[in-house]
Design a protein around this ligand. Structure first.
Ligand code: PRP
Length: 221
């Protein structure tokens, strides 16, 4: 979608053009730049790391959110600074107190066997399209046990209709949250589009790929 057009504009700045790809009416999947001996294709965001890990594509442009969520083996080589937004924990302001905060912690301690005696407090439910990012955040960074509910879109609905207490989702302008009476409670990480490279291609096509990275870096400045 939007990222594809912004990426094409950036590629044009380094002399790579693919006008055919800009035609919104075409159903063609693969496009060629004969001059530079390049082939492009559009794929759904979550599939981009898959194509790149398996080497079906040497290079991919994809959001950091998808890179983190998919956890594929590839090299992330460049931040294109496009599509900047944030992954956040959001919900009604009243849900703030359900989230644990501990820069420094006053702790209840005891033998492991005593843990179950303490677990009478309510476990919060987290709805998200990004269960791996959300699990990493709550379990590994916050050490808070939560119930994860995977959704596929319009995540903001979940706390409104009582499916979950909070959500983990992308916030760009914040207007979806505002219009639905929700707010950012915590920031998980900043996001933007990244260039990723297949690990074998990086060695085999090192010169071409390194040149492209350098050219793109120059265009970004
Ligand atoms: C994303 C995200 C939020 C919205 C945030 O949704 O999931 O809903 O954009 O943008 P904002 O802060 O500028 O309002 P997307 O449009 O990708 O659709 P989805 O809800 O189906 O994931």
């Amino acid at each position: 979608g939007r990222l594809a057009y912004q990426t094409l504009e950036l590629l044009e700045k380094v002399g790579i053009t693919c006008d055919e790809m800009k035609n919104k009416d075409t159903r063609k999947l693969i496009f060629t730049d004969e001059e530079h001996k390049l082939r492009f294709f559009l794929a759904k965001g979550p599939d981009v790391p898959t194509y790149v890990e398996y080497g079906a594509a040497d290079i991919g442009i994809v959001g950091k959110d998808t890179i983190l969520e998919e956890g594929r083996k590839l090299y992330e080589v460049l931040d294109l600074k496009l599509g900047k937004c944030r992954m956040c924990v959001c919900g009604p302001a009243s849900a703030r107190e359900l989230l644990q905060h501990h820069e420094c912690r006053m702790c209840v301690c005891g033998p492991e066997s005593a843990r179950e005696l303490l677990q009478h407090n309510q476990q919060i439910r987290v709805a998200t399209k990004y269960p791996n990012i959300a699990k990493d955040y709550f379990y590994n960074r916050k050490h808070q046990t939560v119930e994860m509910i995977k959704l596929n879109g319009s995540i903001e609905l979940a706390p409104i209709v009582g499916l979950s207490e909070v959500i983990v989702d992308i916030v760009e302008t914040g207007s979806t949250l505002r219009e639905n009476g929700l707010t950012v409670l915590e920031e998980v990480c900043p996001l933007s589009a990244r260039m990723v490279v297949n690990q074998v291609s990086m060695r085999m096509e090192n010169e071409r790929i390194t040149k492209l990275i350098q050219d793109l870096k120059g265009a970004l400045v």
